[in-house]
Write a protein that binds this ligand. Structure first.
Ligand code: EPZ
Length: 422
């Protein structure tokens, strides 16, 4: 399997441009199923997950073209199948996002039950609760689940989400846009990716209000047209490079960002002593101005501290003055990177969803394994400052969600290379 070889590097310096958001483009692509007209999406990051979603949409009847770099058109004149194939869905949990659009447009959707993954069981009970509330009949058979709308199609209703699930909010929103009547999603997820999806759907002719708040109102319409849309910048990629400047005590200019989306990360890094100057669509992050100190992190749904930045931030906390705590409240098993950081010499104690990180660890390079894409990024960050060389395996996780990962880090002076399958 391919690996990254990360050598202890000088403080990172230079400019990095952030790509379109993985967690925005995947629901946007699924939403294109809702119209028989052409949708054009710009700033599409070149990622394995985008390639997987492209395969799934094509298997359902979409025609997808790359109009130019990072711009695709999706045209689904007719849905040829309402069943997502097992081998495709099994590769990516976000495949579940085609369920709402298929149900809305064709009245049926059959999906293999997505497996859990390293960070948790990741059930879809809230997705199904929402679709059922819209009048769909949910049928389980073997390892599949099928949703079937009644003869009169989906009917709007009020749905309360027990947890503000990002995926469930997106799936229900996409099912409700063509339903009869009005739907309210209460305790909805408020992530920027939800707002981006609502903006795209409204451009297609949907009538959605309240995206970005905990209550979203969707008035059903008869049909949706095509639309053009540019994906929002990836706040998690941006956060990863903010941490790269912090951990390496470097000086990085990060452009193509929405600063508002990064507020929790900016606030916590400033608490540690990292200097951050924020512009309209850019920021300068300086980890080279004075000592960095400990802080406490608690991950929460947006606008709280993002769970996807928890592991990269923990890598940084192993290098600062003093002891920090990290509490993970979103996923039940998102400390898989702790054992790998310990292998590098970090001193981290965990009890349930709480970790205590002793600072001033003299990290040493060794062989480590990425367990999810953000944990993989965290191990690369640690490798930049660890003595010697760090070999990161299972890097397919990282390449699912970070466009031009190696090139962007090398562009900042990181000593990192990829060795192909050994
Ligand atoms: C999205 O996953 C993101 N993925 C994740 O990013 C992100 O970590 C997560 O939201 C939280 O912000 C994409 O957008 C493609 P959830 P999603 O439904 O939608 C539980 C990355 O690294 N839950 O908000 O799957 C679930 O088990 C990835 O880019 C239920 O119990 O997240 C979890 O504990 C990782 N029942 C919590 O809610 C359900 O029906 C949050 O899950 C759905 C979710």
């Amino acid at each position: 399997m391919a690996k990254y070889i990360v050598h202890q590097s000088d403080p990172l310096k230079g400019e990095v441009v952030i790509s379109g958001a993985k967690n925005a483009v995947l629901p946007l692509m699924a939403a294109a199923l809702l119209s028989e007209e052409t949708c054009i999406i710009r700033d599409v990051p070149e990622l394995r997950d985008v390639a997987f979603m492209r395969e799934i949409l094509t298997s359902l009847g979409s025609e997808i073209e790359e109009l130019e770099a990072n711009t695709i058109s999706i045209t689904t004149e007719d849905i040829l199948s309402t069943e997502a194939q097992f081998d495709l869905v099994n590769k990516m949990r976000a495949s579940i996002l085609v369920m709402g659009p298929l149900l809305a447009r064709k009245g049926r959707a059959k999906m293999p039950l997505p497996g859990g993954c390293a960070i948790g069981a990741r059930p879809i009970d809230l997705h199904l609760k929402g679709l059922e509330a819209l009048g769909a009949e949910i049928i389980f058979m073997d390892s599949y689940v099928e949703a079937r709308a009644g003869g009169q199609g989906l009917i709007g209703d009020t749905i309360y989400l027990d947890f503000p699930s990002v995926g469930a909010t997106e799936n229900i929103m996409m099912a409700a846009v063509l339903a009869e009547g009005t739907t309210y999603i209460e305790n909805a997820a408020e992530e920027p990716e939800i707002v981006d999806l609502a903006n795209f759907l409204n451009k297609m002719g949907a009538r959605i209000k309240g995206a970005g708040t905990d209550t979203i109102k969707i008035e059903g319409v008869k049909r949706l047209g095509g639309a053009k849309h540019t994906v929002i910048p990836d706040r998690i990629e941006a956060g990863t490079f903010m941490l790269a400047a912090a951990i390496s005590r470097g000086h990085i200019h990060i452009s193509n960002i929405v600063p508002d989306h990064l507020k929790p990360i900016t606030a916590k890094l400033r608490e540690c002593g990292v200097r951050i100057e924020v512009g309209d669509e850019e920021m300068i992050v300086r980890g080279d101005l004075g000592p960095q100190s400990a802080t406490d992190i608690k991950t929460l749904p947006y606008p709280g501290f993002p769970t996807d930045i928890q592991s990269p931030f923990m890598a940084f906390l192993t290098t600062v003055e003093g002891a920090s705590t990290v509490i993970e409240t979103v996923f039940e098993n998102r400390f898989m990177h702790v054992s790998q950081l310990r292998k590098m010499g970090a001193s981290i104690e965990t009890a349930g969803n709480k970790a205590i990180i002793k600072g001033n660890s003299n990290l040493r390079g060794t062989q480590v394994m990425a367990t999810d894409l953000r944990a993989g990024a965290a191990l690369v960050l640690a490798g930049l400052v660890a003595e010697g060389t760090t070999e990161v395996s299972e890097i397919y996780h990282i390449e699912r969600g970070y466009e031009k990962f190696i090139e962007k880090f090398r562009g900042l002076g990181a000593q990192i290379e990829k060795i192909e399958d050994c």
